[in-house]
Write a protein that binds this ligand. Structure first.
Ligand SMILES: Cc1cc2nc3c(=O)[nH]c(=O)nc-3n(C[C@H](O)[C@H](O)[C@H](O)COP(=O)(O)OP(=O)(O)OC[C@H]3O[C@@H](n4cnc5c(N)ncnc54)[C@H](O)[C@@H]3O)c2cc1C
Length: 599
């Protein structure tokens, strides 16, 4: 049976030692978020994930969701676990206290999300989608809508969905057909078919609040004619001064998908037949509303990739220490045994360390990016808010795409450590691979993230966003170049950083003349950028760890391992930037030269 131990020490290291979030939170006036409170939250969340939802992961995958007569049932134990999650206040961890939330920083959401995803990705989909609905209503809803829906979503007694996709439209939402007709009383009658709707129907909550994209009759064609609506499963009504779920609305689940992974998360076809809905935000501005909440949603999916990589690593590591096969190339290590544990073999180590160095580096990067959400929301200085927003906008497609691509690869490499036993369901390794695969597709497929990076984020504000990342990196290199001992890490890193700058210039120039050049370069460029960004985190972590060791810390293994993992990443993974650089420089011709018939 797979296991999971919340990586509490690693969270503490990144939050307290590397990012020093306590100082930032204090500066932002988040005075309730004291280091002690945050520490207690991490520990409690870790316990909940280890004890309540991780034990349901494998059984939830085996059983899956069921569908009968329009009713969707989640696997055994999910409802009880969800109730405990809700009662523990985890759904509203970062929600506004005005609506019953705990008002903790968004950074803590990423910590919780990682642990939830690692323990049980399917389970995490239900509160995850509610968080998306909460954000959409809180950013774009009227005060009346906020008062009506946010307390219920915060409490978790009602859940949410995002209904975008239709059979003929996924990436290109301009093709959307769902219609909304004014009913004359301020509401709308909405009809159409949505597919692939996560948590569209289930048995965990009393009501489901669907956020639906639809088109008004006289709306312009394409994405400029799409509006966003709230469509509750049960229409809210007041009873004894309380808001409760009232009459059934015309939105029904037609079927659920049988799919590769996240089998305990219901993926629904939702049929709307004159369903009553209310406009949220301005008419025809639905896509704009979606964009403003995408950073948080995409970051959430990035964290899913990371969480799955972490749990896959933990289980592969246990196995690699236990499984004995063959002898170390340099001679027997476990002389009392018939063979050595497979962790002695260099190639098994390569698999494990590739994953470990990704997970720990990505965790630091993910939390750094999450911190920008808090700065963007709470900083009093508009310049600071602008800087946070720039960095967030730039890094979101990078972390969404890279964490999920590398997360899938990490789950796969971890499965490799298990040999044939990894292919066997009950050991859990293959579930991590299957569960990770969707993260590369939904919330904007990864190829689309790459296009967003080169097409929108690089040129944004004449490269201002880009400079928000390039400047601190250049400064770090400058500040540390006198440290001869650090040179082992800094010099190779500086080379990769230089190549990234060169590639950026190449894309900016060529892309202007021929957009296919930018498109062709987009994915390798995004990967290159992500590697350099994770490398930056490794430099920071190594610096802190070295300082701790120099101070004589008694945690020599912990900090020593950080320095060694930094070395592994910089010398063994970061050189992939070289390949990406050459691929970018090869231009679009090798791709675009083909006639369709020549494929
Ligand atoms: C399990 C699951 C859960 C989901 N949950 C939800 C949900 O809760 N709500 C919701 O609304 N949707 C949901 N989705 C839908 C998901 O977001 C879409 O599948 C995704 O956006 C891709 O759309 P598509 O499947 O139509 O692929 P398409 O848009 O047809 O794309 C096919 C391929 O072409 C590429 N491509 C498309 N256009 C371009 C372009 N312009 N340039 C370069 N490449 C391009 C894509 O990257 C992709 O690789 C879910 C899907 C699944 C499988």
């Amino acid at each position: 049976m797979p296991t999971y131990t919340a990586p509490i020490d690693n969270f503490r290291f990144v939050l307290n030692d590397v990012l020093q979030v306590g100082d930032t939170f204090a500066k932002l006036g988040l005075t309730d978020a004291t280091p002690d409170l945050l520490d207690a939250v991490i520990e409690e969340a870790g316990k909940f994930c280890e004890n309540e939802i991780q034990p349901l992961n494998l059984s939830g995958d085996t059983e899956g969701c069921s569908f009968e007569n329009g009713v969707v049932r989640t696997p055994k134990g999910f409802k009880e676990a969800y109730d405990k999650f809700r009662e523990g206040g985890w759904v509203g961890l970062t929600a506004d206290p005005a609506y019953g939330g705990q008002g903790l920083p968004h950074t803590m959401s990423s910590v919780l999300d990682e642990m939830v995803s690692a323990s049980n990705t399917s389970f995490g989909m239900y509160p995850g989608l509610s968080a998306g609905a909460y954000r959409a209503i809180s950013l774009h809803g009227s005060q009346e809508q906020k008062n009506l829906y946010l307390p219920k979503l915060t409490d978790g007694i009602w859940s949410g969905t995002m209904c975008l996709t239709e059979p003929q439209c996924g990436t290109d939402l301009g093709l959307l057909r769902t219609k909304a007709v004014p009913a004359g009383d301020g509401s709308y009658k909405i009809s159409g078919t949505k597919i692939f709707i996560s948590a569209g129907e289930h048995d965990l909550t009393e009501n489901i609040i669907h956020l639906v994209l639809a088109r008004l009759p006289d709306a312009p064609a394409g994405i400029r004619g799409i509006s966003l609506f709230i469509v509750p499963k049960f229409l809210p009504k007041e009873e004894n001064g309380q808001v409760v779920a009232g009459a059934r609305n015309g939105i029904f689940c037609g079927s659920i998908e049988h799919k590769m992974g996240i089998k305990a998360s219901s993926t629904c076809v939702m049929n709307l037949d004159d369903a009553t809905g209310w406009l949220i935000g301005e008419r025809d501005k639905g896509m704009r509303a979606m964009f403003t909440m995408m950073n948080a949603a995409r970051l959430g999916v990035a964290i899913q990739g990371l969480g799955l990589a972490e749990v896959a690593y933990q289980n592969a590591l246990i196995y690699a220490k236990d499984r004995i096969q063959g002898r170390a190339l340099t001679g027997a290590q476990a002389k009392d045994k018939a063979a050595d544990p497979i962790i002695v073999h260099p190639d098994v180590r390569r698999n494990l360390l590739t994953v470990k160095s990704f997970v720990e580096g990505a965790r630091a990067l993910g939390l750094w990016v999450s911190l920008q959400l808090d700065i963007e929301e709470h900083a009093t200085d508009p310049k600071e808010r602008e800087a946070a927003n720039d960095l967030l906008a730039l890094m979101t497609p990078i972390v969404k795409s890279y964490f999920t691509d590398a997360g899938f690869e990490a789950a796969n490499s971890s499965m490799q450590v298990w040999g044939g036993h990894g292919y066997i369901h009950e050991n859990g390794a293959e579930q991590f691979v299957r569960d990770a695969r969707i993260t590369q597709i939904y919330e904007g497929a990864n190829g689309i993230q790459a296009l967003d990076l080169v097409g929108r984020k690089l040129p944004a504000n004449l490269g201002r966003s880009l400079r928000r990342f390039f400047h601190p990196v250049a400064k770090f290199i400058e500040d540390n170049k006198g440290d001869a001992e650090f040179g082992e890490l800094l010099l190779p890193y500086a080379k990769s950083f230089g190549k990234l700058q060169q590639a950026t210039g190449f894309i900016a120039q060529k892309g202007l003349v021929n957009p296919n050049e930018a498109g062709a370069a987009s994915s390798p460029y995004l990967r290159m950028f992500a590697l350099v960004a994770i490398g930056f985190m490794w430099l920071k972590m190594a610096k802190v760890a070295k300082a701790k060791l120099a101070e004589g810390s008694d945690r020599k293994d912990f900090y020593g391992s950080k320095v060694k993992t930094a070395r592994f990443f910089i010398t063994k993974t970061l050189p992939e930037t070289e390949t990406h650089f050459r691929t970018i420089m090869a231009g679009a011709k090798p791709l675009m030269d083909f006639e369709v018939d020549e494929f």
